[in-house]
Design a protein around this ligand. Structure first.
Ligand code: AMP
Length: 604
């Protein structure tokens, strides 16, 4: 088995790590960075760019640059409408009601976009480790539903990764803590990232990490804080110029960019100047935006968001019947936890100094790598007792929701429910499975309709069908059924619970692999052409500098070699041809070096 990597697939940034014997190591990407922006750019001819290079084109091509895709993973379009408004690219509803992204005339599923990010991380890991990587542990927010987890797993498969385990981000952070400290304590992991917020309370021992409670919000993160500043900037611009620019996509992207920069600065400074020249030009000339945002104004703008995180922390303590005094350590995770006011509020709530010894950007990936090490057998096993963060149940008469597995139940877990028919000779039973807390089924997240077909004809109420609901250690739901009376196992069909069938996933995996191979090939071709170009330039320089000392025959030979080289660069796209040419030029240089006594021959 090759190395198993741990991946924190973040809303804003992603990080990848592995275990080097017993120590977690963060993998450096091909740009030399420890974090890779979770941004994908798509060019007109369908070429993909991931990471820093894509982030750079966000301003100039916002409609074809996809960021924050995690917000749309495994979500129904109608549930994600407010998030659609916060991005510049086009989010559309797919045929089965999920979110899709339209770029040009191609529709991409969020799983595909995430797969592009995962593929980039995988490639970086392969370059870094010098071996093929095919297995991974991927983290998700604790508050991800079954559909979102399944979508993340599918993204891994499309990227050619066998996802051995999906673990919750705060649990991963707790693993990093256990690995580092090796002492028993009760910890709170406050995880405020780019797009999500989670709070988890865990009891950790030397070889056991047990989640006591988790709460969170999948639509509350740094991007929402940026939005508050963007609105303030729009108002400032309106006050000065009387123009509403909230519909201009390019202006909005510039404002968003400036807002995030201002926010980052305000974590260190007490005020920051925002200067956006030529934000807009109309008949009366160019319009600029120049203003100062103080930390106090920023804090008052974002306070409602900060308060929501604190409220979730209070509720998590209520859920686990804990008080601040029961908590020994508070670990901060996620970039937004760097905001001084956030830190002050968290410290105030838990009434203790915060543990800042972990890098909030990397601790989750480090925990994922530790989990990978445990699965590989390189790291002493730590038993992870995670919980399900939503109640699982079915829709019953009157559109009500009947809970079968309550939230905060330790996973893996399972529950069997006895169901029967309501009509004579009924051959099919349909079960609508949902996750959520509302007594009204319509307010919860639908996981799909599970249909049991082929029930032998019988009087109503006679068949005794045992439906087993199981949640595995990835937090993913499985449903199976058996008609115990007839002894026949019923057939369960799941109507594309994640919006993707196995064959679609397989098709996309193959497509992505082909594109990846093509882009690797094209990169190699570019390198080869560059090498030949360098050889030709050296040869030209050599000829220019030594023309007076060379024999006519040598000059002729050099000119022929140059001509042949230029022609091949112009016309040939055959790798073998170009390889041969590069070899020929190298040999030709050696031959010239022999003739001229070495020193003056062109370098190659
Ligand atoms: P993550 O999802 O953990 O990568 O967090 C990314 C989010 O953290 C983005 O919204 C960033 O703008 C935000 N962030 C990163 N560093 C800081 C900082 N020093 N102050 C405030 N927000 C930050």
């Amino acid at each position: 088995m090759g190395k198993v990597i741990g991946i924190d697939l973040g809303t804003t940034n992603s990080v990848c790590a592995y275990m080097d014997r017993r120590e977690p190591v963060v993998i450096i990407n091909s740009e030399g960075g420890r974090v890779t922006p979770s941004v994908v750019g798509i060019s007109k001819n369908g070429e993909r760019f991931v990471g820093d290079i894509a982030k750079r084109q966000l301003l100039i091509n916002p409609e074809a640059t996809i960021h924050s895709i995690k917000r749309f993973m495994g979500r129904r379009y109608r549930d994600a409408l407010s998030d659609c408004a916060s991005v510049q690219y086009k989010v559309v509803e797919t045929r089965n009601g999920d979110c899709g992204v339209e770029v040009g005339d191609r529709l991409y599923l969020p799983q595909e976009i995430s797969a592009m990010i995962l593929q980039k991380l995988r490639k970086s890991a392969e370059d870094f480790l010098g071996e093929q990587v095919t297995e991974a542990v991927i983290t998700v927010p604790a508050y991800f539903t079954d559909r979102q987890r399944q979508a993340t797993k599918d993204a891994g498969t499309i990227a050619g990764l066998n996802v051995l385990r999906i673990i919750n981000e705060p649990t991963a952070a707790a693993l990093a803590y256990v690995h580092d400290r090796k002492r028993s304590s009760t910890i709170a992991v406050y995880d405020f990232g780019g797009g999500t917020f989670d709070i988890s309370l865990l009891e950790v021992d030397r070889d056991l990490a047990e989640v006591r409670a988790t709460r969170g919000n999948n639509a509350l993160g740094g991007a929402d804080i940026d939005n508050k500043i963007v609105h303030w900037l729009l108002e400032e611009f309106y006050k000065e110029h009387g123009i509403d620019v909230s519909d201009d996509k390019v202006v909005l992207q510039r404002l968003r960019d400036a807002a995030e920069r201002a926010k980052l600065e305000l974590s260190a400074a007490y005020d920051t100047d925002i200067h956006l020249p030529f934000l807009l030009a109309n008949a009366s000339g160019p319009k600029h935006l120049q203003c100062t945002l103080t930390r106090a104004t920023f804090e008052s703008l974002a306070m409602p968001l900060f308060e929501r995180t604190i409220e979730e922390c209070r509720r998590a303590m209520e859920d686990s019947r804990m008080s601040p005094e029961d908590i020994d350590e508070v670990i901060l995770v996620g970039g937004s936890s760097r905001i001084p006011m956030v830190q002050a509020m968290v410290q105030d709530l838990f009434k203790r100094p915060l543990n800042k010894s972990f890098n909030p950007d990397e601790v989750v990936a480090v925990g994922a790598a530790i989990q990978a090490g445990i699965l590989e057998g390189d790291v002493k096993a730590v038993t992870l007792l995670d919980v399900t963060n939503f109640s699982l149940g079915i829709e019953v008469e009157g559109r009500r929701f009947a809970k079968l597995i309550p939230k905060n139940t330790t996973i893996p877990t399972q529950k069997t429910q006895l169901v029967s028919t309501v009509a004579e000779n009924q051959r099919t039973v349909k079960i609508h499975v949902l996750q959520g807390e509302s007594p009204d089924a319509r307010d919860n997240v639908s996981l799909g309709d599970f249909e049991l077909v082929g029930i032998p004809p019988a009087k109503r109420g006679e068949p005794r069908i045992h439906v087993k609901f199981a949640i595995d250690s990835n937090g993913i739901v499985h449903v199976s059924a058996k008609d115990s009376r007839s002894g026949v196992s019923g057939e369960i069909t799941i109507e594309a619970p994640t919006g993707m069938t196995q064959s679609q996933i397989e098709e996309l995996r193959e497509e992505h692999e082909t594109i990846h191979r093509r882009s690797t090939d094209s990169h190699e071709m570019k390198e080869l052409r560059h090498q030949i170009e360098k050889q030709l330039v050296s040869l030209e320089n050599f000829l220019r500098d030594n023309r007076g000392f060379l024999h006519k025959k040598d000059i002729f030979e050099i000119e022929q070699a140059l001509k042949r080289g230029r022609m091949a660069l112009l016309k040939s796209s055959d790798k073998t041809n170009l390889d041969d040419l590069s070899m020929y030029l190298a040999r030709f240089f050696a031959h010239l070096a022999d003739k001229t006594g070495g020193g003056d021959a062109p370098v190659h």
